[in-house]
Design a protein around this ligand. Structure first.
Ligand code: SF4
Length: 261
């Protein structure tokens, strides 16, 4: 069993970590930029959220042995220029048990990504021995949200599958947790769509399909009638993307040897 958390980590305390250290835990912890930029995005003047997030990262890194930490950097073009600062601040992380996800913010359209800054940020992270997930392929497995036994609980007992949906509202809820029994009551019509084969024919015929595994059902449902592709998110040519994969694989081998993570 894996306890998996996607969080900005500002509420994690030593007591939580003391409890969680008995379990296998995966964390996806978000940063929205360097110190100043991150705190501006959080707009919480009463707390230095950047410092608090780093403190939680350190607590997890130092105390939970069976852990895996993904630092997700939600980037715009300014954030890409702050990668040096972020690397310096997360440099304490054990590279074997952590990696970095680069995720474009929705406000920045893909074609406006500063490609030089993006490639520079990826190179900088790799030079500092951080594996970087920038829509990495091969995906290796289907998305967690498409696994039958995966459940995402919201604080109010509403049940979802995917952490990246636009809002955790009634419209998107897939079921409800009964707090007294621990039983999940699924909306059977909605949950059916998560598991049926929706892959478009153009994906099944694509040369990247074995590595890409196509588009997730959540995206297909959200973009009904549109031809979408994983490459739409990159703003990299195939050649540039392959170079990134090449560097990733060299570093992965250096960190893990023949035993891949
Ligand atoms: S999402 Fe794009 S790259 Fe992936 S299989 Fe479909 S067409 Fe190919």
């Amino acid at each position: 069993m894996i306890a998996d958390f996607t969080t900005n980590a500002t509420l994690i305390t030593f007591e939580h970590v003391e409890y969680l250290k008995h379990f296998r835990c995966h964390f996806q912890i978000t940063l929205d930029g360097g110190h100043v930029s991150h705190n501006l995005v959080k707009r919480n003047k009463s707390i230095d959220t950047y410092a608090k997030t780093l403190e939680s990262l350190s607590l997890i890194n130092d105390n939970i042995r069976e852990r895996f930490i993904a630092v997700r950097i939600n980037f715009d073009n300014n954030t890409l220029l702050e990668i040096d600062e972020i690397i310096k601040d997360i440099n304490f992380l054990d590279r074997i048990k952590s990696y970095v996800i680069l995720k474009k913010v929705w406000q920045l359209s893909t074609d406006r990504i500063n490609k030089d800054a993006l490639l520079g940020a990826i190179q900088n992270l790799i030079d500092n021995k951080f594996l970087v997930d920038y829509y990495i392929m091969p995906k290796g497995c289907v998305c967690f949200a498409e696994r039958e036994n995966e459940v995402l609980f919201n604080y109010d007992g509403e049940v979802f599958k995917c952490t990246t949906i636009s809002s955790f509202t009634n419209e998107n809820t897939l079921g409800k947790l009964d707090f007294s029994t621990g039983h999940v009551e699924w909306n059977t019509d909605k949950i059916y769509d998560w598991f049926r084969d929706m892959q478009p024919e153009y994906c099944k015929k694509c040369k990247w399909f074995p590595a890409c595994l196509g588009i997730c059902n959540n995206q297909i449902m959200a973009n009904k009638g549109h031809k979408i592709c994983t490459f739409d998110s990159f703003n990299l040519t195939e050649k540039e993307y392959l170079m990134y994969l090449f560097k990733y694989n060299i570093l992965q081998k250096e960190l893990y040897g023949e035993e891949l993570k």
